[in-house]
Design a protein around this ligand. Structure first.
Ligand SMILES: Cc1cc2nc3c(=O)[nH]c(=O)nc-3n(C[C@H](O)[C@H](O)[C@H](O)COP(=O)(O)OP(=O)(O)OC[C@H]3O[C@@H](n4cnc5c(N)ncnc54)[C@H](O)[C@@H]3O)c2cc1C
Length: 371
């Protein structure tokens, strides 16, 4: 209706919606950044690094190693998230967050090579890509690209565009970007969502989500991981992520500025409160890593750690609305860093729907098509 003569139309500014993010791991911070960029006023509540899987992790971003036969949905989510990473790194304004841009899968024996061939076949059939992006390489090419690797390997696959981030630098840059955008941090554990004052709440507290949203079922998958520092007598670290299958066991080497991250074991812990790395896991990782890259003997072992991955029964993350105020994003298992930008987009969709039409409930990731 046109404004009456002599009257001025009054524009009523809608207040920016407030969002409290509970959990300052990779899922909480990446989602917080998407929300603040979309106009929400955001506060992050976090209990600290002791419970944070994202601090311990290796930071690999790859769909080939992450969607095994039978895991079609996870492969689709992984591929959708890998595509989003360059934009996230650009938003953070620090290209050194990206630690590698490709992966070399290698097999120690013909049986290991057959396992990798099945994996590649599955990925090719579900997420087709060009020969340049995913192709088989022989030992001569492996050694030409990565002279530090063992001369006794069988063969492998080179995957372009699937690398790794430096997860600790990533968390620092995410926090810097959020502080720069005016986000307030409350460095305290939240005991009850009723105590949190905000229009909407995102619970992205990893395994801590269980005590805040009781119907979220998660289990812990413990994993040991090592950090090795190069010395001036050492061979150079690989230029790309090395993912090896060594006589039936997996080990990976992920480059950092000053060395290598070696990972990782995965098993159900007997006692979740015991975060110490187990000797058996550490010794298996070291044995396989030195077998894969003999020059690692001169590196320094500067950290042996263990973390708890928040896992779900079907291996898929839980990204859904709980009620008209609460959204949950957790259960990313071994892929939380990889899946962070995809998750942030889906969380934003849920928050926006919730704000526009409070009370209208969305469901889980199953209803959200990867794009
Ligand atoms: C050994 C290992 C290697 C891994 N390698 C990779 C990899 O290469 N690539 C990859 O994609 N993923 C990897 N992961 C998995 C990845 O680390 C997790 O999937 C990811 O960190 C999950 O992110 P999150 O934000 O949900 O949880 P977290 O990173 O665990 O963060 C949860 C945060 O919530 C906080 N919190 C908990 N409860 C509360 C509360 N009540 N109030 C306030 N704050 C709370 C915690 O303090 C913590 O900061 C690895 C994990 C491990 C253990």
């Amino acid at each position: 209706m046109p404004a009456k003569e002599g009257c001025h139309p009054v524009s009523i500014a809608r207040p920016r919606p407030t969002l409290a993010v509970v959990g300052g791991g990779v899922i909480g911070l990446t989602s917080a950044l998407a929300a603040v960029d979309a106009g929400h006023r955001v506060t992050v509540h976090d209990a600290g690094t002791a419970d944070r899987a994202a601090w311990v992790a290796a930071g690999m971003l790859g769909s080939l190693g992450e969607g095994h036969p039978g895991e079609d949905d996870l492969l689709a989510l992984s591929a959708a998230s890998v595509r989003r990473w360059p934009d996230l790194v650009a938003r953070l304004g620090d290209p050194t967050v990206m630690a590698a841009t490709e992966s070399l899968f290698v097999a120690a024996s013909s049986a290991d090579a057959e396992y990798l061939a099945n994996l590649a076949e599955f990925v090719w059939s579900r997420a087709p890509r060009s020969q340049d992006d995913l192709r088989r390489v022989d030992l001569a090419e492996i050694r030409r690209r990565e002279p530090g690797l063992s001369s006794r390997l069988h063969s492998g696959y080179l995957v372009v565009g699937e690398g790794a981030v430096d997860n600790r630098r990533l968390l620092t840059r995410l926090r810097d970007a959020l502080v720069g955008a005016g986000v307030h941090f409350v460095d305290e554990r939240v005991g009850d969502l009723d105590d949190v004052d905000a229009d909407q709440i995102l619970v992205a507290a990893g395994l801590g989500t269980r005590s805040l949203v009781p119907d979220v079922a998660l289990h812990a998958a413990k994993g040991e991981i090592l950090r090795l520092r190069r010395t001036r007598w050492s061979v150079a670290q690989p230029a790309r992520v090395i993912r090896a299958r060594m006589h039936g066991r997996q080990v990976y080497l992920v480059p950092r500025d000053d060395g290598i991250v070696v990972g990782a074991t995965q098993y159900e812990p007997l006692d979740e409160s015991d975060a110490a790395p187990e000797v058996g896991g550490v010794s298996d990782l070291l044995a396989d890593a030195v077998d894969l890259m003999p020059g690692l003997r001169t590196y320094r072992l500067v950290e042996a750690a263990a973390g708890l991955r928040p896992g779900t029964a079907d291996g898929l993350p839980i990204i859904r609305r709980v009620d008209d105020r609460v959204v949950v994003a957790t259960g990313h298992g071994r892929n939380g860093i990889l899946l962070a930008p995809y998750t942030a987009d889906k969380v934003l969709e849920l928050l926006t729907d919730g704000w526009v039409a409070a009370g209208e409930l969305s469901s889980t990731t199953e209803g959200v098509e990867p794009s």
